[in-house]
Design a protein around this ligand. Structure first.
Ligand code: SF4
Ligand code: SF4
Length: 173
């Protein structure tokens, strides 16, 4: 499984309500789990396959995890609302590891974008550390291993409704 270096300090995220919660169900912002990630999580009994019932995790397909109602919004099935943390954090999918960066389809191109709803990235987008992290992500995304994964699952790059800024174009994806 891919493990990406993280940009945002964990104490920042643990005190923020921005992630893992969704205004609607289904949501374009909910994470897509690659087939390989679903297989590993279910084989190791980290998550039951039923939490992918929304799209169905049958065959060799990626799937969005089911969201469940929580008050006036929805949360990821893997979110511990009382502890305010991800129950599968060490095994969470690439789509979650990469956030607040996004794999987006923008004007016909594959791009690395950033979700401007994230308060940390809004404040730190121009920091040297963030710019260096974007170079790190871009190098990973242009690796052959990632290109192969993206070719197997074209939905990795999706169109987002709004609230994002493009930070790098990814040629060949
Ligand atoms: S919105 Fe940003 S700061 Fe808040 S939890 Fe998500 S990644 Fe962390
Ligand atoms: S898998 Fe974990 S990090 Fe990803 S949305 Fe669900 S609770 Fe959040």
């Amino acid at each position: 499984m891919i493990v990406l270096r993280q940009l945002i300090p964990s104490d920042v995220c643990l005190s923020c309500d921005g992630c893992c919660r969704f205004a609607e169900n289904p949501s374009a912002w909910s994470p897509l789990f690659l087939f390989e990630e679903i297989r590993e999580l279910t084989q190791k009994d980290i998550v039951p396959s039923c939490v992918f019932s929304h799209e169905g995790a049958s065959g060799h397909q990626a799937a969005r995890i089911d969201l469940v109602a929580d008050g006036d919004h929805f949360i990821c099935s893997c979110f511990d609302a009382s502890g305010r943390k991800c129950k599968i954090y060490p095994s969470r999918p690439l789509d979650c590891q990469i956030y607040p960066f996004l794999l987006a389809r923008h004007e016909g191109q594959a791009v690395l974008a950033v979700d401007t709803k994230c308060p940390y990235i809004r404040e730190h987008l121009e920091d040297a550390l963030t710019r260096e992290y974007i170079v790190y992500l871009k190098k990973f995304l242009l690796s052959q291993a990632f290109k192969d994964a993206a070719a197997r699952e074209p939905r990795l790059f999706q169109e987002y409704p709004s609230d994002y800024d493009v930070v790098a174009v990814l040629p060949g994806l």
